[in-house]
Ligand binder design. Structure first.
Ligand code: ZN
Length: 428
């Protein structure tokens, strides 16, 4: 009986052990109050793209204190913190730093102090987790070997910061990574959960402008004019067939006309109309088909409307293209296993690829031999998630003035996940 009792006690201890005794989990828990203070300060002081000087300064100072070799001003306001710790792979961890031109309406006591600017995408949770991860990696230096490159990236919201850092020779001035990892907070997953997608995770983002030319005139005499509003309307309608009739149903894409502007008055046929379109895709083939198709449809409809060759629509694809984010299979499956073991099945949820854009993709596309992963960390407070029974249409999305993530849950989960991921790749 005694033996059985001690056996049961031992079994109970073993079952309880992983949740309480893991040194990384414990260290993250102990550091959370300090990290929360940093988070609230960053949240109160959001900065717009390429103006993240204060945020970058906080990250740089923290990394310096921990013994990283720190360089600021990379690609504008970017921070690069390098820790060389013996032979082994080079792992790059990235946090983006910019806020958005949004007026915060969360009512939080630590809401934005900068009028019209808000961390509505949660990049403040990314920066804080970056600091937390740097602390853990410095403290656990004996457990890993290799080089850690931690970067604070400017201007993700305008899709320019990653490119700016690479253009500033990120991969030649500093050790070039064999693995790149980042996370993003999620407004569509419960707090403290993790989501990974193998393959395409976020979309190619293109912006297209169309100037639809017509021939203006009096609204009472349409036969004497060429009405650009009717022509542009036809273009908008025919564009809907690019996805529904021309794209393989098993592929994905979006063509949204977000702006249609023309005219000044009831009885005047204007000389032209302007369309602004966002185009989303994953593969290069679908992207090319959609962009070519927009030009073909605009031209074809204008010809059908009787516009002469020198009056056809002017279609301009903007240069600022954000490429699709691709999670490489080897790293994604390694981390899926690692996170499931560490956090349990209940906290590692199946995630879906999204049609949003992320310029994290640039760090992989600069050299596709790199292993790359962007994962999501859920940020919706448990009480809010339960109240709507997980119906995310009833919750504020990221970029909403009401988005207030459960920051403690995001930060503690992200620090643990990022540290565990880096430790696994940099295993001795
Ligand atoms: Zn974001």
């Amino acid at each position: 009986m005694k033996n059985l009792t001690s056996l049961l006690a031992l079994a109970a201890a073993c079952i309880a052990a992983p949740a309480t005794a893991d040194p990384l989990t414990q260290a993250v828990k102990a550091d959370l109050p300090g990290l929360t203070t940093i988070y609230r300060d960053l949240h109160s002081n959001p900065e717009l793209s390429f103006k993240e000087g204060r945020s970058a300064g906080i990250m740089a100072a923290e990394a310096k204190k921990l013994g990283f070799d720190v360089t600021t001003g990379v690609g504008g306001t970017g921070v690069v913190a390098v820790m060389k710790n013996g032979p082994g792979p080079v792992v790059l961890l990235r946090a983006d730093m910019d806020g958005l031109p949004v007026t915060e309406q969360t009512g939080l006591p630590y809401a934005s102090k900068n009028p019209g600017v808000m961390h509505a995408c949660g990049h403040d949770t990314h920066m804080t987790s970056w600091i937390g991860t740097a602390r853990r990696m410095a403290a656990m230096k004996d457990s890993w070997s290799g080089t850690l490159v931690m970067i604070g990236q400017p201007a993700e919201e305008i899709g320019s910061g990653a490119r700016a850092m690479l253009k500033d020779n990120l991969y030649s001035r500093f050790p070039k990574p064999s693995t790149v990892i980042a996370f993003h907070d999620s407004a569509s997953m419960p707090a403290g959960t993790i989501g990974l997608v193998d393959g395409y995770a976020m979309a190619n983002v293109d912006s297209v402008d169309i100037l639809v030319k017509g021939s203006g005139g009096h609204g009472a005499y349409p036969h004497l004019a060429k009405d650009p509003i009717v022509l542009a309307s036809r273009i908008v309608t025919t564009l809907q067939t690019l996805i529904s009739r021309e794209t393989d149903p098993l592929e994905s894409g979006v063509v949204t006309v977000g702006s249609f502007q023309a005219g000044t008055k009831h009885n005047i046929i204007p000389p032209d109309a302007k369309l602004q379109i966002t185009v989303r895709s994953y593969t290069p083939e679908v992207r090319e088909h959609l962009l070519d198709g927009i030009g073909r449809i605009a031209k074809g409809e204008a010809i059908a409307a009787g516009m002469p060759d020198d009056q056809l629509p002017v279609v301009k694809v903007q240069d600022q293209h954000t490429p699709a984010t691709f999670n490489t299979h080897e790293l994604t499956s390694q981390m899926q296993t690692l996170f499931t073991e560490r956090f349990g099945k209940d906290r590692v949820l199946p995630a879906r690829a999204q049609m949003g854009g992320e310029d994290f993709s640039e760090f992989y596309l600069a050299d596709t031999s790199i292993q790359s992963l962007l994962f999501w960390v859920g940020g919706v407070r448990k009480d809010k998630w339960d109240a709507v029974k997980g119906d995310i249409t009833k919750l504020p999305s990221i970029h909403s003035p009401f988005w207030a993530p459960d920051a403690e849950a995001v930060i503690s989960t992200a620090v643990e996940a990022m540290s565990a991921a880096a430790l696994a790749v940099l295993k001795k």
